[in-house]
Ligand binder design. Sequence first.
Ligand SMILES: [Zn+2]
Length: 153
Amino acid sequence: MKPVKLLVVHCSATPANRDIGVAEIRTMHKAKGWRDVGYHYVIRRDGTVEKGRADNVMGAHVTGHNDGSLGICLVGGVKPDLKAEINFTPAQFAALRELLTRLQTKFPGSRICGHRDLSPDRNGDGVVSPGEWVKECPTFNVDLWWSQGKVQR
Ligand SMILES: [Zn+2]
């Protein structure tokens, strides 16, 4: 894989009461015919960080951007009816910040973004706007959270 330049935040799109981790997500991804879990890291509801693919192995987490990126998945992100919801725990946000800080040290200059921010900019105005999101993953504005600590859609 190319040198890591992008750290992509995802959600598992499972309801808050499903306490799953890398083992369950690996099973889901293998059921799709993939050889391993698509992400490099999974952050459980209690903030535990679990390792998926090795950092030097290309993941399967974002169309067109897998080469040179790492995928980090927060468990949660939907309501029981599977509609998007920001329902991550404080322990998850703390673990995510710690992990991203560590990864930016390991891969200097790497950019942090959410999955939805890599959607195609269909109207070419240079901004990926909400109408252009392929999906809402990871449900919140990662830039705003990373820079200001604010969690919002
Ligand atoms: Zn995603």
